[in-house]
Design a protein around this ligand. Sequence first.
Ligand code: GLY
Ligand code: MN
Ligand code: MN
Length: 491
Amino acid sequence: MRAFLTYPCALLLALPLAAGAADAGEFAARRAEVMRRIGPDGMLILLSPPAQVRNGDVEWPYRQDDNLLYLTGLGNADTTLVLVPGEAAHREVVFTRDSDPAEELWNGRVPGADEVSARSGVAEVASAARFEAFIRAAMEGKAWGDSTVYRSFATAGLPAWQRKVREGKAVVWMLQEERGFGGQAGPAQAFIERLRRSYPELQFRDAFPLLTEMRMRKTPAEIAIVQRAVDTTVAAQKAAMRRALTATHEYQVEATIEYVFRDSGACCWGFPSIVASGRNATTLHYESNDDPIAPGSLVLSDIGAEVEGYTADVTRTYPQSGRFSPEQRAIYEAVLRAQAATIALMMPGAYMRDLHEVAIRSLGEDLLRLGLVSRNERDQVRMYFPHGLGHDLGLRVHDVDDPSHPLAPGRIVTSEPGIYVRAADVRANPAYRALPAAERAGIDAALSRYDGIGVRIEDDILITTGAPRNLSAAAPRTVAEIEAWMAGDDH
Ligand code: GLY
Ligand code: MN
Ligand code: MN
């Protein structure tokens, strides 16, 4: 999975949504903005992904497409949104599954049209079974929405759109390319091909960049939801630290974390929890969480509760014993310094790629002091810090972003520097091998002291017009705070 290449953990299948990401007015405002951007020649069509089979007749918990969720708040499968800004009637239509008592006996209630409408703010709700008929009506000038009109006398249901189609001006906007980490081609591809073949006069545009630009800057409602996800995650980190004092295995800490998620009302995690002790913390995407916790080792938990579709992403690293050893502390404080240096610069106008370089330079100063590098050079520092500084956070843990944009108020990004000391990997690294023997010997001496220590510290930062706001600041972070919290100090 591509996520592993750049960030410490992968986005796997997320669990289903609790209700209520924002109110219907907010969804309506987002759709109005999309319609403004695509203009009167456009039609946006968003399809929900199919359910995924786990094995036999067991499915994975259903996860709605992020963009469909963003524009409607609707979490169910078989949901389609159509926006037609140039049309007087039928500007917004949602297609959803019909209620069916026989099916609902087995699989639960299907929301009725009134509920779908109240949740999303879309007035026109039609049966998913009629979507094909809608497409024919739109593209071929057939009637739509009034089944009592005798066919031969029916006029075009979407006359303005039909005119655009005939004039060759009609532009269909869909998610053509699922970009970003772990992205897969969505259900749109096959549908687009079918439309292209049936209606060669249509033009197609990718809605992904437009929606990305909107989603990058979070609204106050979104920020409040992320804060709830973060608060639950902070509570889980605090519980995890105390559980680590007595846990014999990583999975016990994981269980405590996920207990707090559910007990707090979060639906689930936004990505699989990483609970890595000792040397496992130097494996970036360790997530089996099965090993014993060795006495005196560090425990790294990289976790995020999901609330109403939005995930937190917070990492803490703490000593199983409740006290850092001098070596653990030295590495920890190097990471903490780098993190503080980058968070302070998370201001409008800054680029994440520049902050990444700030982290590398800061880590390099400390790695040099500890003897783990022979010079503060990028290639040497990358032997210990191989991933990115951070990423946007929202409906995905690695949320949509556009790296050509600098930080701006409303963006939420992580700062997550780390140092992972893997002696064998360092000795195999070309940057190490290129060094003179005396410099390699110096590094070897430091490696024998710090090998097997992995530390990452990750917080979720809201960019504002002024100072950055650390949404996860309530999780103990300094050595003193962590040791005090683990010693039972509740302040
Ligand atoms: N938990 C995934 C990441 O830190 O990027
Ligand atoms: Mn993380
Ligand atoms: Mn992260």
